[in-house]
Design a protein around this ligand. Structure first.
Ligand code: GLN
Length: 486
């Protein structure tokens, strides 16, 4: 049961072989057993989850049920949830009880899903290793001496170790895809505007996008059907007709044009990552897809551009945490300015402070033109590279992350090395494009490798179709870490 896909669990619930209470209890027990080792969850409330499961079973007895009815889902602790604290991985919000639910949470509740708990994350989603969390690092289930990736590392580790059948995450510069790659799970960052940001604590608003993590592409489609949709409370939410994200799961691969960006296969790529990704691409070629070499010439500028724009927006978004309106408040202060200063000094960790300083600097009078404006111009060029590429191909494939999982602490004192880990995931959000990561094999140390598939705006169904076809022929996505046997 713990290794079943959502489709299988959904069928078992519908066939009454299983109740939501039984299913939810099984995952709660597994969390109890393994979370002390993995630290994937910040908050679990058994009573809350079981009450929701019981209510779901009662609903099912009354009426026909949708595919997610009774399915337990873990939520990244960046989504506001009424009744379960929302910390965003920060001391600043360690005791924060949201008075309302995020749109994504409302959508899952409306679909009948059960909230399994809130997953650990880098503080305010800033990080690539889950080491910046106030609640301690998450450990990679494939090797607990390694990082799971970040910032949605708790969600990814929870799915990888089968502590949850699926989870939500958010991706600003790779935080869904990179941890999915490092833990051997599947993750999708949708087109910007497809999933509402209402109630999703803001990091960099022009980049932030919620999305699902799960065991398979077909499961991602089911989750997207619940998560996506217009929401008037997010001014960048897109008003489009509802779509079935599973409608292209039987995608015809014959004639599919796959673009391979030469910039994604250059120096700095771990040889085994390159080999596994090339093998996956050859599988697609063997099934009739055509590959074309494409150029994304501004790829090398994506990381520096991102580290101007994301901190700029973060410095503005995080100004609301002042000890007056939300969260932590310093105890001893002499006046209002001192209250702000002490509260923010105590409430934020080092990485968050670094981003606020960089962001404030690049937005300041005298530097705005040189940094922020310049970054915005290059952001436009990066988007234009993709527009040009999608004239020649239907999907773009490459590695998700240049390396497999690295050791805890290995890059913690070297922010630039840490930032470079996101070189292949940062371009898509800068352009507002969708991207996903699926497992495509292992390196010599037995660590998972991720294949990234990017598409044009609103090409999620096609990307999921390509991923699903591959997963029908391979079983990388069903492998379970040896250290967390079922
Ligand atoms: N690792 C990147 C950063 O630290 C991306 C994080 C994210 O996507 N939330 O900003």
């Amino acid at each position: 049961m713990l290794n079943s896909t959502l489709t299988e669990l959904s069928a078992a619930l519908a066939g009454r072989q299983l109740s939501s209470v039984e299913l939810t209890s099984a995952f709660l027990n597994r969390i109890k057993e393994l979370n002390p080792r993995l630290n994937a969850f910040i908050t679990v409330d058994e009573g809350h989850s079981l009450a929701e499961a019981k209510a779901s079973d009662a609903r099912r007895a009354q009426a026909a049920a949708g595919p997610l009815e009774g399915i337990p889902i873990a939520h990244k602790d960046i989504f506001c949830t009424r009744g379960l604290r929302t910390t965003c991985g920060s001391r600043m919000l360690a005791q924060f009880d949201s008075p309302y639910d995020a749109h994504v949470i409302e959508r899952f509740a409306a679909a009948g899903a059960v909230m399994l708990g809130k997953t650990n994350m880098d503080e305010f989603a800033m990080g690539s290793s889950n080491e910046t969390s106030w609640f301690g690092p998450v450990r990679n289930p494939w090797d607990t001496g390694l990082v799971p990736g970040g910032s949605s590392g708790g969600s990814a580790a929870a799915v990888a170790a089968r502590l949850a059948p699926a989870a939500t995450g958010t991706d600003t510069g790779g935080s869904i895809r990179q941890p999915a790659a490092l833990t051997g799970t599947c993750g999708l960052k949708p087109t910007y505007g497809v999933v509402s940001r209402y109630g999703m604590i803001a990091f960099a608003s022009s980049l932030d996008q919620g999305g699902p993590l799960a065991k398979s592409a077909a499961d991602l489609a089911l989750l997207m059907n619940a998560m996506a949709g217009f929401d008037a409370r997010d001014s960048t939410s897109l008003e489009r007709p509802a779509e079935d994200y599973g409608r292209e799961l039987n995608l015809e691969l014959k004639g599919l044009r796959i673009g391979l960006p030469k910039e994604y296969f250059g120096d700095g790529l771990q040889p085994e990552v390159r080999a596994r990704v090339e093998e996956a691409v050859r599988w697609f070629q063997g099934h009739g897809a055509k590959t074309v070499e494409i150029a994304l010439p501004n790829t090398g500028l994506a990381v520096p551009v991102y580290y101007v724009i994301a901190p700029a927006e973060a410095s503005s978004n995080l100004s609301r945490f002042d000890g007056v309106r939300y969260g932590h408040r310093a105890k001893d202060y002499s006046d209002l300015a001192d209250l702000y200063r002490r509260t923010r000094a105590e409430g934020f960790g080092a990485e968050v402070k670094r981003r606020i300083l960089i962001g404030t600097y690049v937005l300041s009078h005298g530097y705005y033109d040189a940094y922020y404006l310049q970054a915005q111009k290059i952001r436009r060029l990066i988007a234009r590279d993709f527009a040009e590429a999608f004239r020649q191909c239907d999907l773009v494939m490459g590695p998700t992350s240049p390396t497999t999982a690295f050791a805890l602490g290995a890059k913690a004192d070297d922010p630039v090395q840490m930032y470079l880990n996101d070189i292949f995931t940062i371009p898509a959000p800068l352009a507002g494009l969708p991207g996903l990561s699926i497992p495509c094999g292992f390196d010599a140390a037995g660590l998972p490798v991720g294949l990234q598939i990017m598409g044009n705006y609103f090409a999620e169904a096609k990307m999921l179709g390509a991923a699903h076809r591959y997963q029908q022929a391979t079983d990388w996505h069903l492998r379970v870490p040896a250290g967390t046997p079922l």
